[in-house]
Design a protein around this ligand. Structure first.
Ligand code: ADE
Length: 242
């Protein structure tokens, strides 16, 4: 039966990115899977330049931190109007601030965002943004990992890329999504292809057996072994959730 038409399956997923460096976009998102999907209209990308909302002759966007200290802080009276313009362009989308202190971007979060109409993404620079903006515009803080980038733009691209490949019609076979790393809470099993022998290294015999049950069991065991060895955190969570 065809799915009933809802706003989320007739309108493309809409990314609205607020940045000081709009020229960085679409960047890598113009290539490959995400780029093809963008061209096909399966998602849309708008960037808005925070500088356009800057104050005074110098279009200033930042100031020194209240209480002193190093670095600069992006001003609430710049980001407020900038966010309001982005929200007006993408009113039903969750509002996200990319920051290393945010909640981790996991595949579960990616799935949740892919089910939304899109995202308003604020990419910060400098030391941070005025805290009042986060509260007043209900920004969800998301981190792409425990390291510090020089700005949120690359993090926004990572988030968008991870979401776009889950949108209907972007990746051909749904099965190839389901078997991937993290979808089952496990890391992916090893892959092989021709030639059968390469530099004296054979393809594991089981994969050439044609016995689909054995192959599935081997892949499962390899996924579990790799997850135990490399990601004890994922392994422990999986055991708790079972
Ligand atoms: N901005 C700077 N570092 C970041 C990170 N790790 N995740 C998200 N946004 C960031």
């Amino acid at each position: 039966m065809p799915e009933p038409a809802t706003l989320s399956n007739v309108l493309p997923w809409r990314a609205t990115v607020l940045t000081l460096f709009p020229e960085l976009f679409p960047g890598p998102l113009a290539a490959s899977l995400a780029g093809d999907a963008l061209q096909q209209g399966l998602w849309t990308l708008d960037t808005m330049a925070i500088r356009d909302f800057g104050l005074g002759r110098h279009k200033s966007v930042d100031d020194t931190p209240a209480g002193g200290g190093a670095g600069m802080v992006m001003r609430a009276d710049v980001l407020g109007p900038a966010l309001d313009a982005a929200i007006a362009a993408n009113p039903r989308a969750p509002r996200i601030y990319l920051t290393p202190r945010g909640a981790p971007l996991t595949q579960a979060v990616v799935r949740e965002l892919a089910a939304a109409p899109g995202a308003v993404l604020l990419a910060g620079r400098f030391e941070g943004i005025d805290q009042r903006v986060i509260a007043a515009r209900q920004l969800r803080e998301i981190s792409i990992g425990d390291y510090v980038l020089s700005g949120g733009e690359l993090a926004a691209m990572v988030l968008i890329d991870a979401v776009v490949r889950l949108l209907p019609g972007v990746v051909g076979a749904a099965a190839s999504l389901n078997e991937e790393s993290f979808e089952q809470g496990l890391l992916e099993y090893p892959h092989y292809t021709r030639p059968r022998d390469w530099e004296g290294l054979p393809i594991p015999e089981v994969l050439l057996s044609g016995d689909h049950k054995r192959i599935e069991a081997w892949r499962r065991a390899e996924s579990e072994r790799l997850t135990r060895e490399r990601r004890p955190d994922l392994w422990a969570r999986r055991k708790r959730e079972q």
